[in-house]
Design a protein around this ligand. Structure first.
Ligand code: MF3
Ligand code: CO
Ligand code: CO
Length: 269
């Protein structure tokens, strides 16, 4: 049985701050996502922003990762390394920001279109966002972690897309990656198998971050040992939020705009 930490009220307050800063970083970077900009420039802007806000970028030197954010373009699934590659009209790019502030990590990512979007990329990005939302909506006390993957994969398959299996959401807090692994696919015919016996309980904090492909689910890792790409070179998109289980449902800690407010009745009351 994985030991999933229950955060205290004080820890939750600190998580709110880390998550808010990660989300603000994504908002800051969005207008810079333009043709001709290099992923290194995006990295440097995010790095500066985090440091100026008393935080550190969690990815930098994490298990040897060399940069401050992940930038994953087109057929890249996740963990792309920023560098000289410049953005081109019609690209899609996922930016994954994790902020380490006052001892706690907040983790969020989003896929963006560069310049004029191409129709099949528009469809994929919409499906990936809907998959994240479907996974979030099942979160409530006594629900089960397996409900997340079931909701996500059913929706992806309905839209002729596939879900990557090798990379998962994760508990998060004082550590970047805590237990449990949050699977984004169906784990048994009821979607209620993994992690064994785990129910959502108020005070749990974890990410949901499905990677959705236009083609097959299979991936491989490039020789740089980080960049994950689709085996069939199909486009891949991802969205990620960090979520707190509340007494009544969930609170999306990386939601700046109140988009998910209905999931937390306490916030609405
Ligand atoms: N932020 C990624 C996640 O969502 C992890 C990136 S690990 C890194 O879990 F080393 F590549 F940065
Ligand atoms: Co994450
Ligand atoms: Co992330």
């Amino acid at each position: 049985m994985p030991t999933i930490k229950i955060k205290t009220a004080e820890e939750i307050e600190l998580m709110r701050a880390s998550c808010r800063l990660a989300a603000l970083t994504l908002k800051m970077i969005e207008p810079h996502i333009q043709p001709g900009v290099s992923t290194q420039q995006l990295n440097d802007l995010c790095h500066e922003f985090l440091v100026n806000n008393n935080a550190r970028p969690s990815p930098l030197n994490y298990r040897g990762f060399p940069k401050s954010i992940c930038t994953s373009i087109n057929q890249q699934v996740c963990h792309g390394i920023p560098g000289p590659r410049t953005l081109r009209d019609g690209d899609i790019i996922n930016i994954d920001v994790t902020a380490h502030l006052n001892g706690f990590h907040g983790d969020t990512n989003k896929s963006f279109h560069v310049g004029t979007p191409i129709p099949k990329a528009v469809r994929l990005v919409q499906v990936a966002k809907k998959c994240l939302d479907a996974g979030i909506r099942v979160i409530r006390p006594k629900g089960h972690f397996g409900d997340i993957g079931a909701a996500i994969e059913v929706l992806a398959l309905k839209n002729q897309c596939s879900v990557v299996r090798e990379y998962c959401g994760h508990g998060i807090g004082r550590e970047f990656h805590e237990e449990p692994a949050v699977l984004h696919y169906i784990t048994d015919k009821n979607g209620r198998k993994l992690p064994p016996g785990a129910e959502f309980k108020p005070g749990m904090i974890f990410t949901v971050e499905p990677m959705v492909n236009l083609g097959g689910a299979e991936i491989r890792v490039l020789p740089d040992r980080w960049t994950v790409v689709t085996k069939d070179h199909s486009l891949s998109a991802q969205f990620e939020h960090t979520i707190l289980v509340t007494e009544t449902g969930y609170e999306v800690l990386t939601d700046l705009d109140g988009e998910y407010a209905e999931g937390n009745l306490a916030v609405l009351a």
